[in-house]
Structures are given as structure tokens and as C-alpha cells.
Design a protein around this ligand. Structure first.
Ligand SMILES: CC(C)(COP(=O)(O)OP(=O)(O)OC[C@H]1O[C@@H](n2cnc3c(N)ncnc32)[C@H](O)[C@@H]1OP(=O)(O)O)[C@@H](O)C(=O)NCCC(=O)NCCS
Length: 225
């Protein structure tokens, strides 16, 4: 299976709702703008269905929080498919889903606007990473920030910690170098070796990355909708 990624723009298509289960429809209903959620979860269902041959409506996705143990939020998994690892990410305009049998996976897509605030560096980056961004301005700076941020979030989604781990304690390679987890300084346990890759989602105002807990080099199949 390798790592299969599907990326799409957020769309408003009522037929997508038919793919979701009752719990997902309820969660969509609670959102001011349900379309990013609906697009993302329909995308994930179709991707897993295509890779496993199971009807997209029959797939039982559940969540589990590594911190408090609840099934009301946290990392998603597919019931009854232990070797199928999944992740999903979405914003106002884009959604990305990932599936693999290599190991626990995290995927993340970031809008450049999400990296456009004072204090981004001190909240999310290590001093070395901040120094590497010195001299960048405008879109180049926002693009570099969003790329680093997407790598860190993908890593923390693969481990299941999410932002319970301070992202400034997760050091990644420079934005213009191949994506890599360089150092894990967080007190929480890193479950194993991590492979990371940037994803070219072909939207100049978005950056994305995928991370997998595996020793094997990542072979990616990126499908854009
Ligand atoms: C995971 C996280 C980084 C994602 O942030 P985001 O940029 O807002 O959202 P994205 O669109 O990229 O990803 C959302 C998806 O991440 C997944 N996700 C949520 N928590 C996750 C975790 N701990 N590990 C891996 N994936 C997670 C879910 O599939 C979620 O989609 P859904 O809520 O529609 O089911 C952030 O939500 C987070 O840190 N959550 C954990 C916080 C936590 O555990 N607190 C302790 C509670 S006891």
C-alpha cells in the first residue's frame, strides 16, 4: 500500500453527507461551516475504501485520545483493520487524508494565513529553527513557517500526542531541506523512528506534510482532486 495521500479543495456537495456515519453527521451539524469537516471525512472514507475494497459507508472510524483515553476525540483508527493507519487534516479551503500500512501516520495541511501572527516563532519553533528563518519576508516567510508547522503537526499526529507536546520541542530540518525529524526534546515518549515528507498539494497558499512511525523510507502516492 505504501503511503497514499489524497488532497482536495473543500467543496459544498450534499451527496458527500451520505458517506458519513451518524456520529460524523452530528459533528458536522455542530459546525458553523460544516463543509471542511464533511469534505475531509468523505475524502478519508473514499480513500480507505479504495485502498481496502470495503464500502466507504461500512468503515467504522473511531477515535482515541492518548492523553485522557476518551473516544470522544483524538487519533482516528479503523475498527477491525489493525494494519490500516489513517490521518486527516482540513482547513477552510483544503482537506488532506492519508492511509498506510507502514505504521502510525499523521498528515497536516496548513494555510499560509495560519502562520501569519506575531509570536509564531516563540510558540512553535526552537531557537535554531527561528534563526534559520531570519532574512525571510512576506510570502517566503509565511511559506517556510507553514511548512515547518505542518511537519511538526504531522509528527505529533503520528505519535498521537497532538499539541499536548510543545511543538518547539520537536526539531525538524530547515524548510528548504528534505523533511526530517532532527531531534525530539519533549519529555513525552517518542514511540519509535519517524519518517517525514513534505507534500506538494499544488496550492501556493498551503503547505502540507506527512509523517509515519516507521524505519522504512516513505514511498508516497499523492492524489490531488
Ligand atoms: C491534533 C491537532 C494537532 C490537530 O489540529 P488541527 O490543525 O486543528 O486539525 P487538523 O484538521 O489538522 O486535524 C484534525 C484531525 O486530527 C485528528 N486528531 C485529533 N487529535 C489527534 C491526536 N491526538 N493525534 C492524531 N490525530 C488527531 C482527528 O482526526 C481530527 O479530525 P476530527 O476532529 O474531524 O475527527 C490538535 O487538534 C490537537 O493537538 N489535539 C489534541 C489535543 C489534546 O489531546 N488535548 C488533550 C485532551 S485530554
Amino acid at each position: 500500500m505504501s503511503v497514499v495521500i489524497r488532497a482536495t479543495q473543500v467543496i459544498d456537495d450534499p451527496r458527500l453527507l451520505d458517506l458519513l456515519d451518524a456520529g460524523e453527521r452530528e459533528r458536522a451539524d455542530r459546525r458553523a461551516d460544516p463543509h471542511p469537516f464533511i469534505t475531509a471525512h468523505a475524502l478519508l472514507r473514499r480513500l480507505v475504501a479504495d485502498e481496502t475494497g470495503v464500502d466507504p459507508r461500512a468503515i467504522d472510524f473511531q477515535r482515541r485520545c492518548a492523553t485522557c483515553g476518551t473516544d470522544r476525540h483524538g487519533k482516528p483508527h479503523v475498527v477491525g483493520m489493525r494494519d490500516v493507519h489513517v490521518s486527516v487534516s482540513y482547513g477552510d479551503r483544503m482537506a488532506v487524508a492519508a492511509v498506510t500500512n507502514l505504521g502510525e501516520v499523521g498528515v497536516d495541511v496548513e494555510d499560509l494565513e495560519s502562520a501569519d501572527f506575531d509570536g509564531f516563532g516563540s510558540l512553535t519553533l526552537d531557537a535554531t529553527e527561528c534563526a534559520q528563518l531570519a532574512g525571510l519576508q512576506g510570502v517566503a516567510l509565511l511559506g517556510a513557517r507553514a511548512q515547518l508547522w505542518s511537519r511538526k503537526e504531522a509528527i505529533l499526529k503520528a505519535t498521537g500526542h497532538g499539541l499536548v507536546v510543545d511543538p518547539s520541542q520537536v526539531l525538524v530540518s530547515a524548510h528548504d531541506a528534505p523533511a526530517e525529524l532532527l531531534e525530539w526534546k519533549a519529555e513525552q515518549h517518542l514511540p519509535g523512528p519517524m519518517r517525514v515528507s513534505d507534500l506538494d498539494v499544488q496550492h501556493s497558499d498551503h503547505r502540507a506534510a506527512v509523517a509515519v512511525l516507521t524505519t522504512q523510507p516513505l514511498t508516497l502516492r499523492l492524489q490531488r482532486g
